[in-house]
Design a protein around this ligand. Structure first.
Ligand SMILES: NC(=O)c1ccc[n+]([C@@H]2O[C@H](COP(=O)([O-])OP(=O)(O)OC[C@H]3O[C@@H](n4cnc5c(N)ncnc54)[C@H](OP(=O)(O)O)[C@@H]3O)[C@@H](O)[C@H]2O)c1
Length: 335
């Protein structure tokens, strides 16, 4: 079968197509024929040696949508041909003290979805939500799950929240925007691009601030969130996170799932004086994944797909992600 392989580190241009043996499903496994895969920042970080536990050579890719191609010897369903999406969080343990200890994410260390076929545990295979195209369904798994847990399970969002979403162009943050608008909360976003701000407004954001052209964006954000956000969901880290915490309103929740810009200098005063809840989160549980898919069932809510690249153009797609020009998810057509 054809697969996108990474055999050496050195950036997106090291991604290449190769012929590899088609895997076979063992006990507890399902072989999925992939139709569409999608990129996450993680895939690019791995090519750049910016991710822990890299093992090479590997087929990257955490997101995938396709159909059941074969079942492991002890697996009874779903039937061959069923349209499915894959939960990329393997081996989630619901005990909060251990949940990431034994778990892993599809695409590293095990071979992932940037291939014509992938074998995954049967528990990670879910029916594709009706009303979504293959491109849309492939865009859901990793980003939709991470945003779901950050916004609902950890962030405990309600319609009365005023939410700050820094860097709305991000694959995950676009889902946070969708979810927050869906529950009826007021959402203020930031982005480095006016065009992305306009797109966010079309999706329901109440206001947007360009953090590149407004160096004191946080002052503007405080005003636009009526005195400070009650919920912040961030993966930027660095100064963005420090500023966001400074403007949070009394009793706000600050949910963090990434740190693209590295460490943040935090003022303890901002946290204790305002009784903030600062919450970490990463990916999500099987019940988060099922609840996330239910939101998209019927196609009333749709993920934002920026662009679909052909499999042969995988390196170009990864370069595109690196430039940060996308708004929403970047998809890879596998068939
Ligand atoms: N823990 C987890 O489970 C988990 C899951 C997924 C991702 N992550 C992490 O979350 C981060 C984002 O991932 P992703 O896949 O969504 O990335 P992505 O699609 O590549 O988006 C990155 C975004 O960061 C925003 N950004 C850059 N500089 C910024 C600044 N100074 N202030 C505000 N925003 C800024 C940009 O938004 P604009 O284009 O709008 O400016 C950019 O689009 C990465 O660090 C990733 O590793 C963690």
């Amino acid at each position: 079968m054809k697969a996108v392989r990474l055999t050496e580190l050195g950036g997106p241009e090291k991604l290449h197509i190769a012929d590899v043996a088609q895997p076979e499903p063992g006990p507890g496994g399902i072989l999925v024929r992939i139709k569409r895969a999608a990129f996450n920042r993680r895939d690019v970080f791995i090519t750049q040696n910016l991710y822990p536990g890299i093992v090479l050579p590997r087929t990257l890719g955490s997101d995938g949508c396709g159909e059941v191609a074969a079942l492991g010897p002890d697996v009874s369903g779903p039937p061959v041909g069923t349209p499915v999406v894959i939960d990329p969080q393997i081996g989630w343990d619901d005990d909060p003290a251990t949940l990431n200890k034994n778990g892993s994410i599809l695409g590293m260390p095990q071979d992932g979805t940037f291939a014509q076929y992938v074998v995954v545990p049967a528990a990670n295979v879910y029916a594709k939500p009706s009303g979504l195209s293959d491109d849309e369904a492939a865009a859901l798994p990793l980003a939709g799950l991470t945003a779901y847990r950050a916004t609902f399970t950890r962030g405990r969002i309600t319609k009365d929240d005023v939410v700050l979403v820094p860097g709305v162009g991000s694959g995950v943050q676009t889902f946070v925007l969708l979810y927050a608008v869906h529950v009826g909360a007021k959402v203020v976003v930031t982005s480095g691009s006016d065009e992305k701000l306009e797109r966010a407004k079309k999706l329901g954001a109440a206001a947007g601030i360009n953090y590149k052209t407004t160096p004191e964006w946080f002052k503007e954000a405080r005003k636009l969130t009526d005195g400070g956000p009650s919920l912040i969901v961030d993966s930027t880290g660095g100064e963005t996170l420090s500023r966001a915490i400074d403007i949070a309103r009394l009793g706000a929740r600050v949910v963090i799932y990434g740190g693209t810009h590295g460490d943040a200098k935090i003022r303890p005063f901002s946290i204790f004086w305002k009784h903030l809840d600062v919450l970490g989160t990463s990916m999500g549980s099987p019940s988060d994944f099922a609840a996330m898919l239910a939101l998209f069932e019927g196609g009333k809510l749709k993920p934002v797909v920026d662009r679909t690249f052909a499999m042969d153009d995988v390196a170009e797609a990864a370069e595109y992600l690196l430039k940060g020009e996308q708004f929403g998810k970047v998809v890879l057509a596998i068939d």
